[in-house]
Design a binder for this molecule. Structure first.
Ligand SMILES: O=C(O)CCC(=O)C(=O)O
Ligand SMILES: [Fe+2]
Length: 264
C-alpha cells in the first residue's frame, strides 16, 4: 500500500510513507502480519465488517490521492470514463462542490492498490480463522473490481434504502473515511406495517439492522447481503445513534468498489 498512499511527486510525504505491513505492525513476513479484525453481522448472511482496515495515516493518504485524482481528472472526466456530479447532478468543475466521482474500467493505481488490500484482508482472515468471507469465484476473479464510486456526504446527507443495481456482479466493498455513520439494512421482503409482518418476524426478516461504520472500516456484501437486503444511510438529525448516543456528524467520504457484469 506504500504507493497507494505515498505522494507520487516524491516530496516529504514520501518520507512519511509507510507500508501497509508496517501500519499493521507487521515485519514484512506475510505470515507474521496482523490479521485485520473482521466481524460477521449475524442477522445478514454475506455481510462482513472489518473495523481496522485502514490506519489513520492510510486513510489520509487515500483521501489525498482521491482528491488529487478527482480534481486533476475532472476536466477530462467524461472522456476518461470519470463522472463528476454536484448536488444538482450537473458536471462540476470546482472541486469543493464535488459530491460524487465514478470511474469504470481501468482504475487509477491507488484504487488498484486498494482492491489488492481488500483481497489481502480477506485472505489473511480466511487463512487465520478458516472462515469464508467471500465465495472463491468472487475472491479470485480478475479484476476483483472494475468500477469505483466515491461519495462525499455533508452532515445530514446520506443515501436512500436501495439494493445496488443488477448491472453489477455479486461482491461489493465499501470503504468509509472521515465521519463515522450507521448504515441500516432492511430485508427486501419485509415492509413495515404490512399485514403479514408478524410472519416476517418469525422468519427473522425483522426491522432494520444497524451497522456502525467507523472511518477506515471496510464492509463486504455478497449473496443475501447484496441481493436480499437494502442498505441506507439516514444522516438527518435524530437517525444516527450508536450505543445510545447520537453521532457527531462531519463530512463523510465513502469509496464503493464493484465489478460490472459482462455485456452479452
Ligand atoms: O456511502 C456509502 O457508504 C454507501 C454507498 C452506496 O451504497 C452506493 O454507492 O451504492
Ligand atoms: Fe449501495
Amino acid at each position: 500500500m506504500r504507493e497507494a498512499f505515498g505522494d507520487s511527486s516524491g516530496s516529504e510525504e514520501e518520507e512519511e510513507a509507510i507500508t501497509e505491513d508496517e501500519a499493521r505492525g507487521g515485519s514484512g513476513d506475510r505470515s507474521k502480519r496482523l490479521v485485520p479484525i473482521w466481524e460477521a453481522v449475524v442477522e445478514i448472511r454475506g455481510l462482513w465488517l472489518c473495523t481496522d482496515f485502514l490506519s489513520p495515516q492510510q486513510q489520509s493518504r487515500l483521501l489525498s490521492a482521491l482528491r488529487r485524482g478527482t480534481y486533476l481528472l475532472l476536466p477530462i472526466l467524461t472522456a476518461e470514463g470519470w463522472l463528476g456530479e454536484g448536488s444538482n447532478n450537473q458536471a462540476v468543475t470546482d472541486k469543493s462542490q464535488l459530491q460524487k466521482a465514478m470511474r469504470f474500467g481501468n482504475l487509477p493505481w491507488w484504487a488498484t492498490e486498494l482492491c489488492n488490500s481488500v483481497r489481502d484482508a480477506v485472505v489473511l482472515a480466511e487463512e487465520a480463522a478458516g472462515a469464508r468471507l467471500l465465495p472463491p469465484d468472487i475472491l479470485w476473479r480478475q479484476p476483483l473490481f472494475d468500477q469505483l464510486i466515491a461519495n462525499v456526504y455533508q452532515p445530514g446527507e446520506g443515501i436512500c434504502a436501495h439494493v445496488d443495481l443488477m448491472r453489477f456482479e455479486d461482491g461489493i466493498a465499501i470503504v468509509s473515511l472521515e465521519s463515522s455513520c450507521v448504515m441500516h439494512f432492511s430485508n427486501v421482503e419485509h415492509e413495515e406495517g404490512r399485514e403479514d409482518a408478524e410472519e416476517d418476524e418469525e422468519r427473522g426478516k425483522v426491522g432494520k439492522v444497524p451497522v456502525y461504520l467507523p472511518p477506515g472500516s471496510l464492509v463486504l456484501l455478497s449473496g443475501d447481503a447484496r441481493y436480499s437486503w437494502k442498505h441506507e444511510i439516514n444522516r438527518r438529525p435524530g437517525f444516527q445513534f450508536w450505543e445510545g448516543k447520537e453521532l457527531n456528524q462531519k463530512q463523510r467520504t465513502s469509496i464503493t468498489l464493484r465489478k460490472l457484469c459482462p455485456v452479452d
